[in-house]
Design a protein around this ligand. Structure first.
Ligand SMILES: Cc1ncc(COP(=O)(O)O)c(C=O)c1O
Length: 343
C-alpha cells in the first residue's frame, strides 16, 4: 500500500460541481455579433469531461475506471506529486530528465533525489541505493528526455519489488517512438501509474491534453482531489475527439519519424559525433565541448531546426538535442545544416 500525502485526507471527496436545473449563462449575442460562432458548442456551463474520458478509454482499449484525463502530461505529473508528496518525503529519479518534476516536488515540500544517467546502462543499483523508507515516488521516464534512452521492463520490475511503499510513475510521453511499448506491463504491476500526453506523437502541445492510467482507483481518486475542478477546456476536448479519430494517420507519422531518426543518427555518427541511441522523436549527441554545442545550437536554430542545448547542466553542456523532422524536405535541410558543423 502506498501512503498518500496528508492533504489528500484533509480534502475529503473530490470537488463535485453544482448541477443547477438551468445553468446561469450570459448570452452576449446582442452585443457581440459573432458570439455564437466564437463559442460554438462550448456555450454550455462547464467542460464535459465524462464523454472525453470514455472516448480515451475506448481508444486505448482500457476500462474507463483506469483513465484519468488531465491538462497535459505536466498536469498529470503535478497531480501525482501533490497526491503523494509532502515534507520529509522524497522522489527518486534519474537525471537529466524533464525538468518540471523538480519544481513539482519542491511545490509539494519534498526532496528530489537525482541519480546521474548519462551512460547507456540505466543506473539501477544507484536508484535502488537512493530509495529509503521516505521514498514516496520513483519516477521512470522512458524514453527519457533529453537522451532518448529507455529503461528495460525487468529493471522497473526489480525497482518495484525493492520499494513496495513507493508509487512507480512511468512518464511515457515519448513511448510511441520506442521499440517496445511497456505501458501494459507496468500497469500490470501493483502501485504504478503511467503518464501520457497529446503533445508529442499527436503534435498537439497547444491543446494541453494528457492523461494518467492506473489500476489503483485510490490513486486516481486522490489525483482528482488535488486537481483543478475544470482543468481541461471544452475546445481542447472537442479537438481531442478529432485527434482520436486520426489515430491511424498519427501511426503513419510515427513510423516516418522513426525512419528519419535512423537516417539522422547515422549521419551524425558518420560526421564524427557521439550519438545516444534514441527511442524518442529527437536525437541527442555530444559535441567536442560546450562552445561547439552552442555554435551547433545557433547554426541549426538559424536554419529553422528544432534544437536544444543545455548550457546550465555541466554533465551535458557539450550536448545537443535535435527534434527529428517528419517530412523529407525538413530532413534534407537538417542533414545539410549538420554537414556544415564539424564535430
Ligand atoms: C518527459 C516529459 N514528460 C512530460 C512532459 C509534459 O508534456 P505536456 O506537454 O503533455 O505537459 C514533457 C514535455 O516536454 C516531457 O518531455
Amino acid at each position: 500500500m502506498v501512503q498518500f500525502a496528508a492533504r489528500v485526507a484533509r480534502l475529503g471527496a473530490p470537488y463535485a460541481p453544482p448541477r443547477p436545473k438551468r445553468p446561469p449563462q450570459l448570452d452576449l449575442r446582442d452585443v457581440i455579433p459573432d458570439f455564437q460562432a466564437i463559442l460554438g458548442d462550448c456555450a454550455g456551463p462547464y467542460p464535459k469531461i465524462d464523454g472525453w474520458r470514455d472516448a480515451l478509454a475506448d481508444n486505448l482499449g482500457l476500462p474507463t475506471a483506469m483513465v484519468h484525463p488531465t491538462a497535459g502530461g505536466d498536469d498529470a505529473l503535478l497531480q501525482i506529486v501533490l497526491a503523494m508528496m509532502e515534507e520529509g518525503g522524497n522522489l527518486v529519479t534519474a537525471v537529466p530528465t524533464f525538468p518540471m518534476i523538480q519544481r513539482y516536488v519542491a511545490i509539494a515540500g519534498g526532496d528530489m533525489r537525482s541519480v546521474p544517467w548519462i551512460e547507456a546502462a540505466f543506473p539501477e543499483q544507484a536508484i535502488v541505493d537512493s530509495i529509503d523508507a521516505n521514498t514516496r515516488i520513483v519516477l521512470v521516464t522512458s524514453p527519457n528526455n533529453p537522451t532518448g534512452q529507455v529503461v528495460p521492463i525487468d529493471v522497473i520490475a526489480r525497482i518495484r519489488d525493492h520499494a513496495p511503499q513507493a508509487l512507480i510513475v512511468l512518464d511515457a510521453v515519448y513511448m510511441a517512438y520506442a521499440n517496445q511499448d511497456i505501458t501494459d506491463a507496468v500497469l500490470a504491476m501493483a502501485n504504478t501509474v503511467v503518464v501520457q500526453s497529446f503533445s508529442k506523437a499527436y503534435g498537439a502541445a497547444g491543446l494541453r491534453l494528457g492523461y494518467a492510467l492506473s489500476r489503483q482507483a485510490d490513486l486516481l481518486l486522490a489525483m482528482q482531489k488535488v486537481a483543478q475542478p475544470y482543468g481541461i477546456s471544452q475546445p481542447s476536448i472537442n479537438q481531442g475527439y478529432k485527434l482520436l479519430a486520426a489515430t491511424h494517420q498519427v501511426d503513419t507519422a510515427i513510423a516516418a519519424i522513426k525512419a528519419n531518426r535512423a537516417t539522422l543518427e547515422s549521419a551524425l555518427s558518420t560526421g564524427g559525433f557521439s550519438v545516444w541511441p534514441s527511442q524518442a522523436n529527437f536525437v541527442f549527441f555530444a559535441c567536442k565541448n560546450a562552445e561547439q554545442a552552442q555554435r551547433m545550437f545557433e547554426s541549426l536554430g538559424d536554419s529553422g531546426i528544432s534544437v536544444r542545448c543545455f548550457p546550465n547542466d555541466p554533465h551535458i553542456a557539450h550536448c545537443v538535442r535535435i527534434g527529428v523532422p517528419l517530412n523529407e524536405q525538413d530532413l534534407a535541410t537538417l542533414m545539410n545544416a549538420i554537414t556544415k558543423v564539424s564535430p
